[in-house]
Design a protein around this ligand. Structure first.
Ligand code: GH3
Ligand code: MG
Length: 435
């Protein structure tokens, strides 16, 4: 934390310098109001302590000017004075001072001032949906929430709040239980919990003037996470809101990490396609569904032609770039239900649920042309593709179809590469029988 002290006394500045350092903060010591304002414009300041008497101006005027600067608008401003003069104090608050302290006991003074920095450290970020129809209560609550650093969407109607909840991602819902209108606060809570199971981790803090245990239990049963009574006490609001939001954000972090780990385990980092590990999860499901409901399902195997030469001629790194471009092209050519896998080094596979044999052959031909025109890293590339499909009315495994598609790729290579060979299971059986 940067603490700015504006005081003409060298001794006072030296003492403060020591105290600020000892508390683990960064001291910025200046003697005049002008220098103080300069510092405020120049860098981030988390707390300002300014003397009432300054060589060039006075502390009250300093506060007034500081509040006009971008950085000084919200910073805690402590005015250091020995005056008990009530009128002077009023003037100081009007000019924007946060607090006024006497200069007599420096250590005590420092501790008081440091509390503002600590409070400032309690700032949290997040978006809150707030429902309250009493403007007096809302005024107090909004001040507390904004001081905490939260972005607040305030509604006086539960119906409007419910609609907003569906549209935005909130970190917390705070609702008065007895809002007037078509939907009550209770109704809002139960609708949110019923209709948005995917947002079940968004905490709800209920606020009510009626503080009986039966009602509280009812609220918890509806899905409220915490409860606060009116009139609200700032410390309690700060503590409960901070806890609820930090728990929710921690949960979000864990979930994002879990997704990231999952991607590391399932996605090939070079091409962005699924890797072999993912087959057991996705392919199995696609095959068992197709078998159970007799849906069409096709498989395309893609093997790049003479890929080894690319590595030999242009280097392994260029080879990697080529693979990455082909992977991206394949992803862009996939539909949502398709499943594109980097099966081996330069062997790629597409599993196409609900895709008939004819359609799969056409898709394969389109892909062959796309590879041919792509020229990744400026290098002409071609691929050999094998296509096969699940025969109507017969149960097959991924291994069955892979074997047939692999055979088709082999034949495409033999026939001169850069082509699509389609083999039905029947063709394959015939070829096997013929030896
Ligand atoms: P064909 O037309 O018969 O398929 O010839 P090919 O050279 O593509 O086939 P081959 O199987 O002989 O060689 C595949 C090459 O792919 C060998 C290997 O070095 C390269 N390869 C496999 N994985 C990677 C990779 O991740 N990066 C790079 N740069 N090369 C890879
Ligand atoms: Mg190859």
């Amino acid at each position: 934390m940067n603490i700015l002290v504006v005081d003409h006394s060298k001794v006072f500045r030296a003492l403060w310098h020591k105290l600020v350092l000892k508390a683990g903060h960064e001291p910025i010591m200046v003697a005049t109001g002008e220098e103080g304002l300069e510092e405020l414009k120049r860098r981030r300041v988390d707390l300002v302590c300014v003397s009432l008497t300054l060589p060039d101006t006075d502390g009250i005027e300093f506060c007034r000017l500081a509040r006009k600067t971008r950085r000084g608008r919200h910073v805690p401003l402590i005015l250091l004075t020995s005056t008990e003069d009530k009128a002077a104090r009023m003037k100081a608050f009007e000019a924007g001072a946060t607090d006024i302290h006497s200069k007599t006991d420096i250590e005590e003074l420092f501790n008081q001032a440091a509390r503002f920095v600590e409070e400032d450290e309690q700032r949290i970020s997040g978006r809150v949906l707030y429902v309250e129809d009493s403007s007096v209560v809302a005024h107090v609550m909004l001040k507390i929430l904004e001081r905490l650093g939260l972005e607040v969407d305030h509604y006086t109607s539960a119906t409007d709040a419910y609609e907003a909840f569906g549209r935005h991602a909130y970190d917390l819902v705070i609702s008065d239980i007895l809002v007037e209108g078509e939907m009550s606060g209770m109704g809002l809570v139960s609708r949110i919990r019923e209709k948005f199971p995917d947002k079940a981790r968004v905490p709800i803090l209920a606020v009510s003037g009626m503080d009986d245990i039966t009602r509280r239990m009812e609220l918890f049963r509806l899905g409220v996470n915490d409860f606060i009574s009116k009139p609200v006490i700032e410390e309690e609001v700060v503590a409960r809101v901070s806890n609820l939001i930090s728990n929710k954000q921690l949960f979000d972090q864990v979930r994002a990490q879990r997704r990231h780990l999952y991607e590391l385990a399932m996605i090939d980092q070079l091409t962005g396609l699924y890797n072999r590990n993912s087959l057991s999860e996705f392919a199995k499901k696609a095959f068992s569904e197709a078998n159970r409901h007799d849906f069409p399902l096709s498989l395309i195997l893609i093997d790049l032609d003479h890929f080894k030469e690319i590595n030999d001629t242009h280097g392994h790194l260029t080879g990697d770039e080529v693979l990455a471009s082909i992977g991206e092209m394949l992803k862009n050519n996939c539909r949502d239900e398709d499943f594109a896998v980097r099966f081996g080094g330069e062997e790629l596979m597409l599993i196409l649920p609900h895709c008939t044999h004819e359609d799969a052959v056409q898709r394969a031909e389109e892909l062959r042309q796309a590879v041919e025109t792509l020229k990744p890293s400026g290098i002409p590339m071609t691929a050999s593709l094998g296509v096969t499909s699940r025969p109507h009315g017969r149960e097959v495994s991924m291994e069955d179809l892979f074997r047939i598609a692999d055979k088709a790729v082999y034949q495409a290579k033999e026939k001169g590469r850069n082509q699509v060979i389609a083999l039905t299971a029947q063709d394959y059986q015939k070829q096997l029988a013929a030896g």
